[in-house]
Design a protein around this ligand. Structure first.
Ligand code: AMP
Ligand code: ZN
Length: 480
């Protein structure tokens, strides 16, 4: 009997048996990236956790129906696209392409639906209308806000204390720098010159939170089995998703909330704003393999913080090497028929026990450390037997099957694409520092500082980037 699957549910604060609402289907929603820059390996820690989760559920026979959104409209996107003189679609296309390439490089299975926010404006408008009909919203200066005071359960996910919060206070920004529980924008009136949609609720664009509620319910129904994200999304993003969805439907929005802890570096959260991040491409360019990065990201259970270091990455690489060597040796010995025939029943039991422990580790709230422990303990026992050619053929087959089983989840025995291709793919789009230079030059042109603008043009030319100014004050670039 396989161990019961249990997940730590942020909503209840408890580890609970996992039972989906419509077995064998598991309906799962994942907050995807905001596509305004390269994702960093902190982001990929969360995406890797989600991949391990879906692979494990599939191994257990569930049909996973996973939806991931791509946030392709927000303040930064609008600003950056305008600065570059291109549309937000064109601007975000390039980062979506890169994100999907990065996911493939890390062997992340593609969710069943990967969908863009800007393709679902209608769904968001309808949801806002539903909330307005229930008097949960108010309008101010053309923007529509959610009235938190009307949803008494607000705070149940993040356990935030709402006492002392002024009803009617609100924030305008997409992203909250600090925990700040106030009314949030569902719909934002356009600022002059800003991109907007003309809709029955007025011109404007959606807030970030409404995206996820609308898109999740559109594809997965009003009650989802699992919702995942990094811990930083618990508040206010997921709290707001609950407020929007449950107030509209009167039903439980999500049954299991699973949040991945952060990837840290030198004691701090890896983040774009702190500038302390590595992108996958940087690490590939330094010669690190996707499999080592994936192994490192997956090896620490998702509810624990993971400290990133290049040393840790080296250790991950040697762990993967150990497994690959065994995999290779087993195949070789079996092919060349150098092992004794038959099988030893005690050894068979031992391999079966390792498989059971591997599975039980994952069933225990995806305890990847426990699961890996089971594999490496067995590897330690099998290696000397293989060395002395005393591992019977039947048992060698069993160990091989165990390794394949392990790899259905961890996916590190083979690197998906030659790293070279991925490095070359980094040609599109430009590296963030080059994009920053282009932005700086645009700003210089605006203030008519043509000397600085020319300097930057030459600096970029030295890096093989040719700029072409467009009539409307924008700029295009190409690699030469
Ligand atoms: P973003 O593109 O900022 O919306 O982030 C995409 C995902 O990465 C979200 O689920 C975040 O919670 C997650 N994330 C951001 N920074 C980190 C980090 N340092 N460690 C783990 N997950 C992170
Ligand atoms: Zn979301």
């Amino acid at each position: 009997m396989a161990a019961e699957i249990q997940f730590q549910n942020t909503l209840t604060g408890k580890k609970e048996p996992f039972v989906p609402l419509h077995p064998p289907e598991v309906r799962m929603y994942t907050c995807g990236p905001t596509v305004y820059d390269f994702a960093h390996i902190g982001n990929f820690r969360t995406f890797t956790f989600q991949d391990i989760l879906r692979r494990f559920l599939r191994q257990r026979g569930y049909q996973v129906n996973q939806v991931m959104n791509l946030t392709d409209v927000d303040d930064r996107i609008i600003q950056n696209a305008a600065q570059r003189g291109i549309g937000i679609r064109e601007y975000t296309d390039q980062y979506i392409k890169v994100f999907l390439e990065d996911c493939a490089a890390l062997s992340l299975e593609r969710p069943e639906q990967v969908i863009r926010a800007t393709d679902h404006i209608d769904d968001m408008v309808k949801l806002i209308q539903r909330l307005s009909e229930k008097s949960l919203t108010y309008t101010s200066d053309g923007s529509i806000y959610y009235r938190i005071a009307k949803f008494p359960q607000y705070g149940k996910l993040s356990k935030i204390d709402m006492s002392g919060i002024q009803p009617g206070a609100r924030v305008e920004v997409d992203r909250y720098e600090k925990a700040d529980a106030r009314d949030f924008a569902l719909w934002k009136a356009p600022k002059p010159g800003e991109h907007f949609w003309e809709t029955p609720i007025g011109p404007g664009r959606p807030g970030w939170h409404i995206e996820c509620s609308a898109m999740a319910m559109r594809y997965l129904g009003e009650t989802l089995d699992i919702h995942t994200g990094g811990v930083d999304l618990t508040f206010p993003h997921h709290e707001n998703e609950i407020a929007q969805s449950e107030a509209a439907t009167g039903k439980t929005f999500v049954r299991y909330w699973l949040h991945a802890e952060h990837l840290n570096i030198e004691g701090e959260k890896m983040s774009k704003s702190l500038g302390n991040f590595y992108t996958l491409r940087e690490l590939f360019e330094q010669g690190h393999k996707p499999s080592s990065i994936r192994f490192l990201l997956a090896s620490v259970p998702y509810r624990r913080q993971l400290t990133f270091s290049l040393d840790g990455l080296q250790q991950a690489a040697s762990s993967v090497e150990r497994l690959r060597n065994l995999h290779f040796r087993l195949n070789l010995e079996l092919a060349s028929k150098t092992l004794p025939p038959g099988s030893d029943s005690q050894l068979s039991d031992r391999v079966a026990k390792a498989l059971e422990e591997f599975d039980a580790g994952l069933a225990d709230d995806l305890n990847t450390a426990k699961a890996l422990g089971a594999i490496f303990t067995l590897v330690r026992e099998v290696n000397p037997l293989l060395e002395s050619k005393s591992l019977p053929e039947g048992n060698a087959q069993e160990v091989l099957a165990l390794l394949e089983n392990f790899d259905h989840i961890f996916a590190v025995l083979r690197d998906p694409t030659p790293e070279k291709d991925i490095v070359q793919a980094s040609a599109i789009p430009l590296e963030p520092e080059l994009l920053r230079l282009i932005d700086e030059r645009q700003a210089a042109r605006k203030r008519r500082d043509f000397k600085r603008a020319d300097e930057i043009r030459q600096q970029l030319a030295g890096k093989g980037i040719t700029l072409e100014d467009t009539k409307d004050g924008g700029v295009r670039w190409k690699r030469t």
